[in-house]
Design a protein around this ligand. Structure first.
Ligand code: 3HC
Length: 325
């Protein structure tokens, strides 16, 4: 639907302006909020940045679930810091989206009533402490693989937000790897838990990069506009190539019997995720979709009195200022 909307809006743009805009993108210039931009570019950015912001916020839920049950004080402090970082990432991204003329409230409401998406990965549960290690290692590992190139994205506020986010995501990935390493090097039971976490989270992590290139609706236009810097399959392959040796180092087995190094390609050959599961999850039918949206709706409703209070205060202040002028 978005693709159709974007296409029809793009054709309404003045061809000369469009060509000049594309020339700026091709020359590597950053587009800033007050610059002219095609309506499709603006809408695609709101969709992608908004979905990314929602992912950071919803992504706090599976990890927040384990803060009170972390095995040591040190692990608890690390996890707490990480989850707080994710809230910060959501805020930078909502601010970047707001520069495109949409309010944070508007896109939050679109998340809450299901009109906007968040990353599929957060619809899977974290069943035990090994899952928390695996989430840091695999989920933050996949997130950073996608986000490092986005530091060079064409829209200035998004690119600048990504620079800051990537610094923190790299710490997140390392703390996850360290936590799963501890489990993999622990008792046989702990090693079994680490393997089980890898078995369950491997394919959902591969799905984070989006559908295969042949089914990606937005990639071609988004790459021409440098909103995306790589295709979904390119990043997925990079992630597999980086992660398989890490699993080997841990003494864990990636749950893909057909995984093997391909000398000719210089990459691992791997089995694709079950795409019917992916599309089912993004339609709302994953194991935790209902719970995640219920938790965010409850937080939004519970916070209404705070938002109302802040707005009333701001209005009063503005009225006082107006009266004094
Ligand atoms: N989860 C949910 N929906 C997904 C998805 C995923 N993993 N991958 C793709 N989709 C959706 C798209 O949004 C699109 O649906 P829409 O038209 O209704 O919006 C549809 O599937 C088709 O996919 P496309 O490949 O055409 O979509 P994109 O070009 O937008 O590519 C993307 C998808 C690679 C995820 C891209 O949007 C992107 O790079 N986004 C920025 C990064 C991001 O959102 N990351 C979230 C990860 S988690 C995170 O950041 C938290 C961290 O702390 C762990």
């Amino acid at each position: 639907m978005y693709a159709q909307m974007i296409k029809s809006e793009a054709t309404q743009d003045d061809p000369e302006k469009l060509a000049a805009f594309q020339a700026r993108i091709d020359a590597g210039e950053k587009i800033e909020p007050k610059d002219w931009m095609p309506e499709g570019y603006r809408k695609t950015l709101i969709r992608q940045i908004g979905q990314h912001a929602h992912s950071e916020i919803v992504g706090q839920l599976p990890e927040g679930n384990w803060i009170t049950r972390a095995p040591t004080l040190e692990r608890k402090a690390i996890l707490l810091a990480k989850v707080q970082d994710e809230a910060g990432h959501g805020l930078y991204l909502y601010c970047a989206a707001e520069t495109l003329g949409v309010s944070r409230d508007e896109i939050t409401e679109m998340l809450l009533d299901g009109r906007m998406k968040y990353s599929s990965i957060f619809n899977y549960p974290t069943l035990n402490w090994a899952d928390i290690g695996a989430v840091g290692w695999l989920v933050d590992g996949a997130a950073i693989m996608n986000q490092v190139p986005l530091q060079r994205t064409s829209f200035g506020p998004y690119s600048r937000a990504m620079i800051r986010i990537c610094k923190e995501e790299s710490f997140h990935q390392r703390q996850g790897y360290d936590a799963i390493r501890k489990m993999a090097e622990g008792t046989p039971e702990q090693k079994k838990m680490a393997q089980d976490a890898l078995n369950r989270l491997w394919y959902p992590s591969l799905m984070m990069f989006g559908p295969s290139d042949k089914d990606s609706v937005h990639s071609a236009q988004s790459m021409a506009w440098k909103i995306k810097m790589n295709t979904n399959d390119e990043l997925r392959q990079k992630f597999v190539d980086q992660t398989v040796p890490q699993a080997e180092y841990l003494g864990l087995t990636v749950p893909d019997p057909d995984l093997k190094w391909n000398e000719e390609r210089g990459h691992y050959d791997y089995t694709d995720p079950d795409w019917s599961e992916f599309f089912d999850v993004i339609k709302g039918n994953g194991p935790c979709n209902v719970d995640r949206l219920a938790a965010r709706n409850k937080a939004w409703d519970d916070g209404k009195w705070v938002r109302d209070g802040l707005l009333a205060h701001a209005r009063k202040k503005a009225a006082r200022k107006h009266a004094a002028e």
